[in-house]
Write a protein that binds this ligand. Structure first.
Ligand code: ATP
Ligand code: MG
Length: 515
């Protein structure tokens, strides 16, 4: 197997693919198809337009766009100038956008017509110098095409080193306010190349990209990995399981990556078995926990090499993955081994390394580790330790074979009468029940025990299950202290756009009533 060589900067990654695969299709967003050369030319023209606007090396370029071809063009244009990308979630509302714009202080902001549903343009204009409109015109904005009306002179290329920042990505905000993670060119290109090599990708591959391009999963494991492989990308603007199956069939997709709920929803599409998914070859599932039973079901029904990966924004994406030739049991039950060149250790509260089989905090030593949180020096010091280790705040253990097992987030551990309870264990059991479609286990305050277990469940339409039935089901399988003290039924469990249950939000909603 010939490995894709590591390239130092994102600018060189795209240039190399333009040289090798120029006339081949690079990206399709169900609106337009662009070859590598077309993508490159559009990026060069936009870079020239941005340069004329005054954007220079180190300036931040905010991007509030869905997965469109233009988003990819903006990414490569920004990188060409040595400017720093700040992509963020286009479904954010006014106060969330304001938080990011004030933190990142970008020169320019790219928006769609829908932006005004979230924030007044005048407010945005008071926070950035220029607002650039994509796929609409507005007198307060500069249209992207206007910026591209030039030759895209080669003068726009700025010398960029692997250490220079490629982007500031905001974390999912699962445990609190999103933090701006500073990520270098070298980190993203190395992590993307590691994905390509581990998953044996090449220029025959077709990636489907429902993962948002404002998240590291979309950027490193999909977009830049696909470009590094010279592959074709199918961008998905708004996740829809039926559309995914249609596109996989129509575009002969080979690489499908996503969060657990995506795959599970696709299995539930009526007439699932009638779609031709035979082109699927490989992919990874990550960002949130998945049970071995769910993993097994997806692998069997979709019949492709889906593996698990553990990653964070702070490590520029995946740090472990199931090996291509690993046995079925470790693929179903573990997050695999570290990528080549990455080290993982499990530590206790004094940051001392623990032996195999012990549960502790997962720490990562990687070429993908962030430079720090933007303007959050104290927070950075809490998580980036001596010798370049990043302490994830996640609990896990290493087995004798060197595979990582995920236990849960440190912050989500429930301490009931001094005993630690890991919600993931109870959630996995609840998910196995045929009546339950989503489940989240949280701790609720209790005067005597400190905290007690509360199961929040969403039932499948038309199914019923009493509180006692839920409790009996859990106590039949797990130690009695893990049985929920209460069960709350909801119609919808709040999820982040990267597929994680928002427990902080859930608790806030529930504690006033149940605290
Ligand atoms: P915030 O840091 O703002 O609270 P977040 O941690 O969810 O949000 P991300 O960087 O998107 O932001 O997610 C990283 C986290 O996702 C990890 O720390 C871990 O808790 C979880 N995670 C990633 N991969 C997996 C996986 N394969 N299985 C279980 N959990 C995972
Ligand atoms: Mg985090």
């Amino acid at each position: 197997m010939v490995k894709t060589p590591f390239i130092e900067t994102i600018n060189d990654v795209i240039k190399e693919s333009v040289k090798n695969y120029g006339d081949r299709e690079a990206v399709y967003d169900q609106y337009e198809r662009l070859t590598y050369i077309e993508l490159w030319k559009q990026s060069m023209r936009l870079a020239e337009g941005l340069r004329k606007l005054g954007v220079k090396k180190g300036d931040r370029v905010a991007v509030c766009l869905p997965n469109w071809n233009e988003t990819v063009v903006v990414f490569f244009a920004t990188a060409r100038l040595g400017a720093v990308l700040v992509p963020f979630n286009p479904t954010y509302r006014s106060n969330e956008i304001e938080y990011i714009l004030k933190n990142a202080e970008p020169e320019v902001l790219f928006i769609t017509e829908r932006f005004s549903e979230s924030m007044e343009k005048s407010r945005a204009l008071s926070l950035v110098k220029h607002v650039i409109s994509v796929r609409f015109n507005d007198r307060d904005c500069i249209a992207i095409q206007e910026l591209q009306m030039n030759e895209g002179k080669s003068s726009t290329e700025t010398a960029v080193s692997p250490e220079d920042l490629f982007c500031i990505l905001y974390t999912s905000g699962t445990t609190g306010l999103p933090k701006g993670v500073m990520i270098s060119h070298g980190s993203v290109s190395k992590c993307s190349t590691a994905v390509v090599n581990e998953m044996r990708c090449n220029d025959d591959d077709v990636f489907i990209v429902p993962a948002p391009l404002f998240h590291i999963f979309g950027i490193a494991c999909n977009l830049i990995a696909a470009v590094a492989a010279g592959a074709r990308m199918v961008l998905v603007e708004k996740y829809n399981p039926k559309l995914m199956l249609e596109l996989i069939e129509q575009e002969r997709v080979t690489v499908h990556q996503g969060v657990p709920t995506m795959f599970l929803k696709e299995l539930e599409v009526p007439g699932f078995e009638n779609y031709d998914l035979s082109s699927l070859r490989t992919g990874m599932v990550g960002a949130a926990p998945i049970s071995p039973e769910q993993m097994k079901k997806i692998r069997e029904k979709m019949d492709f090499h889906l593996c698990q990966s553990f990653g964070t924004t702070e490590t520029s994406g995946g740090v472990t993955i199931n090996g291509y030739d690993d046995d079925e049991a470790s693929i179903l039950k573990t997050l695999g081994k570290p990528f080549e060149g990455i080290k993982i250790k499990i530590v206790n509260e004094f940051k001392e390394e623990l032996p195999a089989g012990s549960t502790g905090e997962i720490a990562v030593h990687s070429f993908g580790n962030m430079k720090g949180y933007y303007k959050l020096h104290e927070k950075t010091k809490e998580v980036l330790g001596e010798g370049g280790w990043y302490y994830t705040g996640d609990l896990g253990l290493m087995d004798e074979e060197g595979n990582l097992h995920y236990v849960g987030r440190e912050k989500e551990v429930i301490i009931r009468g001094g005993l630690n309870i890991y919600p993931k264990e109870i959630e996995a059991l609840l998910y196995e029940h045929e009546n339950i479609s989503e489940a989240a286990v949280i701790g609720l305050p209790d005067e005597i025990l400190g905290e007690v277990v509360c199961a929040v469940v969403q039932l499948h339409p038309g199914k019923a299950m009493t509180e006692q039935e839920v409790k009996d089901y859990v106590s039949a399988h797990l130690a009695i202290y893990k049985t929920p003290a209460s069960v709350i039924y909801v119609e919808h469990i709040p999820m982040t756009s990267s597929g994680k249950i928002q427990k902080v939000k859930l608790k806030k909603q529930l504690i006033p009533k149940h605290g």
